[in-house]
Ligand binder design. Sequence first.
Ligand code: CA
Length: 349
Amino acid sequence: MAGHAVVELTATHKPSRVTINIDLGANGKQYGYLTVPYSRNESAWGSIQVPVICIKHGIGPTVLFTGGSHGDEYEGPAALMNLARELDPAAVQGRVIIVPALNLPAVRAATRLSPIDGGNMNRIFPGRRDGSVTEMIADYVYSQLLPLTDVVVDLHSGGRSLDFVPSAVMHYLEDSAHFDRTLAAVRAFGAPLGLVLRELDSEGMLDTVVEELGKTFISTELGGSSTLTARNVQIAHTGVDNLLRHFAVLDGAPVPPEAFGRPPTRMMQTPDDTSYVIVEHDGIFEILADLGTEVTIGQPIGRVHDFNDPARPPALYHARRSGLVFSRHAMGLIKRGDCLAVIAVDWDD
Ligand code: CA
């Protein structure tokens, strides 16, 4: 057949080893799963089945929602399972793809990282088709789902080790149009805080690969301490609903926080590493400025007690800038190198 280009099949052209049992091109609501091959001692031909829901109708953008990227964060998975059940396909203009427990082995084990391969789902993108279970899932998202997707919403919270003032989160982006449309979506979410965040290390994050594709990426930090509160799940639920309204997948304007008896979203940022307080001692962590309180530069915000040596005064840690305690270490013990707290400052625009 003259005129047909011959495509050489190289390693990069091989299809993902992860398969899906629903048709993402079909209208209606479908519950299915991704099959990730996982051959092991107890199951020679075994696999892991990661739930996926697709709701498609009419004409509009594709929004991908992920939760459970870290297995000890529950606000996202709970809100996304509620969303999947409640969404009426007839009310949708576009397509909503939901993966509520992306790192399923970690969710099952209630751990941040996968117990199978130690994989941190949000440090492993773009993944590898011939990699570990975590890498194969990441590769599927990157190579199969992102090309279909206009907007990615990855719901995180603090997990076992951190707690946050519930926030919709984005990053500083070089392209101003990209930045502005992401900022508008963060505001539309309607969390107590909208945060423009500078990451300590953004390598391998889903955020980074989606942003590099020029697509809209919204993340969250919706609470933490590896538990759920009624308030935080409601913030997550109304937030994802608001994003679907904002992107016109659902009819109507986003519902502001005031309608739920909450104050309007406060826009804040962490402009540089002086927002982060990192400890240099091991011991028992005593917070001196609770989450959500205002602190001034130099104010003591936490101390670390050496339980082996009660005669030694605790190591004192101070705010490195004035602002709001947006995040804190959530566990009673703290180790050298841990993040004690993050201070956010108001966003001026
Ligand atoms: Ca997380």
